[in-house]
Design a protein around this ligand. Structure first.
Ligand code: NI
Length: 258
C-alpha cells in the first residue's frame, strides 16, 4: 500500500455517498490517503463541502458552480460564494468551467458568463481555481487567458498534449483521474507524458471515473493509489516517489501546510 496520497478532487457531498458517507471517509486514512479536496458543484453542494471539511481534518473544500449546474445562476450568487470562500479550509474556487458535451446543458453563453464571474472572484480573493472542461477546450483556454492573474488546474484533463504544454507554460497544473488506467486513454496518457511531474496532480473525481479494475463502480479516494501507480509507470519512477511528489504539488497549489 502507498502512503501520503493526495486525492485533489472527490465529491463526498454527492448523493451516491448518502448511505455510508462517514464510513467511507473514516476509512480513507487507513488506505494511505492523507489529503482530499472536495469541490462544490452548486451553492448547496459547496455548503456541504465546507461542512465536510469542518468534520474531517484531512478534507479541504472548494466552492463553485459547475457548468452543468449553472442554469439557475443569478449574479448575486457571487456574493454567496464569496462568503463561503471565507470559511475555514476553503482552498479554491471550483469546480467551474465549460461543458459542451450534453446538448441539454445550459446554453454556452450562460456557461461562459458564469465561468468568467467565478474567475473574477478567484482573482479578487487570490484563490486558485479548479476547472472542468469537457468538449470546450478552445473557449476554456480563451477564458483562462483573459485572467492572467489567476492560477488553476484543469481537472480530469481531456485535452491534447499540446494543450497541456500550453497550460503549463501559463503556470497552470494538470490533474489526472482513473481515466489514465483505461485502455482507450491514449490522449490522457500522451498529456501525462508531455508535462513535467512537478505540474501534475492526481485525483479520483469520486464517485465517478473509477480506475481499472473497478471501472463502472462507485469510486472513492482509496483508489487514487491506482492512479498514482499508473502515473508512476508512465513517468518511469517509483510509486512512492510519485505519491510524494504529487502530494507536494497539491500542497503547493492549494497552499496547504505540511
Ligand atoms: Ni468533479
Amino acid at each position: 500500500m502507498l502512503s501520503g496520497l493526495f486525492d485533489t478532487h472527490a465529491h463526498y457531498d454527492a448523493r451516491q455517498f448518502d448511505p455510508d458517507r462517514d464510513e467511507v471517509l473514516s476509512a480513507l486514512p487507513g488506505q494511505g490517503v492523507e489529503l482530499v479536496v472536495n469541490p462544490g458543484c452548486d451553492l448547496a453542494s459547496s455548503r456541504r463541502a465546507v461542512e465536510l471539511a469542518g468534520r474531517y481534518s484531512f478534507v479541504y473544500a472548494a466552492v463553485g458552480v459547475h457548468p452543468e449546474e449553472c442554469g439557475g445562476w443569478r449574479d448575486a450568487d457571487v456574493a454567496e460564494l464569496r462568503a463561503l470562500a471565507a470559511q475555514p479550509k476553503v482552498v479554491a474556487v471550483g469546480e467551474i468551467g465549460l461543458d459542451y458535451y450534453w446538448p441539454e446543458n445550459p446554453p454556452k453563453e450562460l456557461q461562459k458568463r458564469v465561468f468568467r464571474a467565478q474567475m473574477a472572484l478567484a482573482a479578487e480573493l487570490d484563490l486558485p481555481v479548479i476547472v472542468h472542461d469537457r468538449e470546450a477546450h478552445g473557449d476554456s483556454m480563451d477564458i483562462v487567458r483573459e485572467f492572467p492573474g489567476v492560477r488553476g488546474v484543469f481537472h480530469c484533463f481531456s485535452g491534447s498534449a499540446e494543450m497541456a504544454r500550453e497550460l503549463v507554460k501559463l503556470g497552470w497544473m494538470i490533474s489526472f483521474t482513473g481515466v489514465l488506467t483505461y485502455k482507450n486513454a491514449r490522449k490522457a496518457v500522451e498529456a501525462a507524458q508531455a508535462v513535467p511531474l512537478e505540474r501534475i496532480m492526481i485525483e479520483t473525481d469520486s464517485p465517478y471515473m473509477a480506475p481499472v479494475p473497478h471501472r463502472g463502480k462507485r469510486n472513492h479516494s482509496g483508489y487514487v493509489e491506482l492512479v498514482c501507480r499508473r502515473l508512476a509507470e508512465l513517468k518511469g519512477i517509483g510509486a512512492d516517489e510519485c505519491s510524494r511528489v504529487t502530494q507536494a504539488n497539491g500542497r503547493d497549489f492549494f497552499l496547504i501546510q505540511g
